[in-house]
Structure formats: structure tokens, C-alpha cells
Design a protein around this ligand. Structure first.
Ligand SMILES: Nc1ncnc2c1ncn2[C@@H]1O[C@H](COP(=O)(O)OP(=O)(O)OP(=O)(O)O)[C@@H](O)[C@H]1O
Length: 243
């Protein structure tokens, strides 16, 4: 697999606070990659930098060989933020139609794409409901549907399953694996260990540093632990490791 995302020497400060330090990371094409870390460790800041929403204080991001921010590269990225950026006063279908238009989905493909993404997130029956009548979990699913509309090559999901029940969570993970099989590179941020287990490779983030990087099995092996949680604690004791 060739290198698809390249982060070099990323550092990010807000006023006097340094929230990311010395981030070097390479993610191959087609990987399901997890950024695992506790609240405040810098996951959202890092994904915002990756997709060009935030210019890092220093360092560079290359996606598919293009230096970010690049409009061209951004057109192939689907991003699901932590808070839903949707229109409550519109129905789900109207929301999807609007975003399909913004993302430049060709008019003759729009109907098919909307019904496809609605199926993935299990909202087909609720497409005519206004979002003000949606539950929190339904809105999360809608946000995921929006991120999938333009069939992005790179999908970045910031805590995608927060507020989603276990049955649908499992079904979303099955769909992510299916998208990956079709060639999509996927980056997921999470602080849930059982979700991290499903990733091909993980970067463990703590206090703005990558404290370890590798597959779930490699991380457990290297730390001689049985669970990712224990591995995280092990690497957190000051050992920065590339496995
Ligand atoms: N625009 C900003 N201005 C100032 N500080 C910020 C800004 N954005 C993020 N931070 C700070 O950067 C740190 C990392 O935040 P970030 O949201 O990246 O963490 P996170 O790992 O995604 O957390 P969570 O899991 O709770 O979403 C926090 O201390 C946060 O307060």
C-alpha cells in the first residue's frame, strides 16, 4: 500500500498552549486508521489540520501527494465533525439534496446517491422528517450520510458513533469495513477501546504527542499487555514507541 497521508513535524499552539507537538505520521492508502486518545489529547485538532480546516503553527500535511490546504484534495475528502452541521428546519432528504449540490454530485446521480447513503445509515424511512424531530443519534447518522454523499476517497470521522446505540454502531462499523474494501481510506477518532480494536493501525495520542503507533496486536505485543487499554497506559508512562 502506498503512502496516502503524510504529516511532517506538525506542531499546533493556541495562544500559550501547545496542543500538538512533533507529529510525524504516514498513513497508507486504503487503511482503516484510528486516532485513539482521551478527551483533550488533540484528536480533533489533528484531523482538522489533516483536512486543511486548520493551518498548523508549523509542519506540513500531504494528502495524495498534494500539500494541504488544497481545494482539489478537499473535494475527495468526506468529513464528519463532532458536532452536527445540519439544517434543522429542512427534512433529511432536503439536507442531503443540499449537500449533494454543494459537493458537486452530478444531478442525475443525486437521487441514487441519496438513497444509497440513507440506506447505509438506516434512515430510509425517515427521509421526509424535518431534522428538528430527529433524535441525537439520528442526527449523527445523518452527518455520516452527508460525509458519504460524494463517495470520498478519504473519509475522516470524528467520534462517529457517540450517541449511537450498540446495534447501529455495529452496523456502521460493518459499513466502514465495506467502504474500506472498496478502496476508501478511513480515519476515525475514538476514545472507545473496542472500536480502536477494529482499526488496522492506531496512533495513540496523549497530551498532544503520539506515544505509540502500530496495529492493535503489535501495540499489545510490544507492551506485553492483553488489552489496548493496558497498552495505552504502558506507553503513556513516557515510552514513545514506533512498532
Ligand atoms: N480553537 C481553539 N482555541 C484554543 N484552544 C483550543 C482550540 N481548539 C482546541 N483547543 C484546545 O486543544 C486541546 C485539544 O483539543 P481537541 O479538541 O483537539 O481534543 P480531542 O482529543 O479531540 O478531545 P475530545 O475527545 O474531547 O473531542 C484542548 O485543550 C482544547 O481546549
Amino acid at each position: 500500500m502506498s503512502s496516502f497521508i503524510n504529516l511532517k513535524g506538525i506542531q499546533q499552539s493556541f495562544d500559550d498552549e501547545t496542543v500538538l507537538e512533533n507529529i510525524d505520521l504516514t498513513i497508507p492508502e486504503g487503511q482503516l486508521f484510528g486516532l485513539l486518545g482521551p478527551s483533550g489529547s488533540g484528536k480533533t485538532t489533528l484531523v482538522k489540520i489533516m483536512i486543511g480546516l486548520l493551518n498548523p503553527t508549523s509542519g506540513a500535511v500531504l494528502i495524495d501527494g498534494k500539500q494541504m490546504p488544497s481545494l482539489k484534495a478537499m473535494q475527495h475528502i468526506g468529513y464528519m465533525a463532532q458536532s452536527d452541521a445540519l439544517y434543522d428546519e429542512l427534512t433529511a432528504k432536503q439536507n442531503l439534496d443540499f449537500f449533494a449540490c454543494i459537493y458537486g454530485v452530478p444531478k442525475k446521480k443525486r437521487k441514487e446517491q441519496i438513497s444509497q447513503v440513507a440506506k447505509v445509515v438506516n434512515l430510509t424511512e425517515h427521509l421526509d422528517k424535518r431534522l428538528e424531530h430527529y433524535s441525537g443519534g439520528m442526527k449523527r447518522r445523518m452527518s455520516l450520510a452527508v460525509a458519504l454523499l460524494h463517495e470520498p476517497k478519504l473519509l475522516i470521522l470524528d467520534e462517529p458513533t457517540v450517541g449511537i446505540d450498540p446495534v447501529l454502531r455495529a452496523s456502521i462499523w460493518r459499513d466502514l469495513k465495506e467502504l474500506q474494501k472498496q478502496g476508501t481510506t478511513i480515519i476515525v477518532t475514538t476514545h472507545v477501546m473496542d472500536e480502536a480494536e477494529k482499526c488496522d493501525s492506531l496512533a495513540l495520542l496523549r497530551d498532544g504527542y503520539i506515544i505509540a503507533h502500530g496495529s492493535p496486536d503489535e501495540l499489545k505485543e510490544k507492551s506485553e499487555t492483553e488489552t489496548l487499554e493496558a497498552a495505552f497506559l504502558y506507553f503513556g508512562e513516557g515510552k514513545q514507541v514506533e512498532v
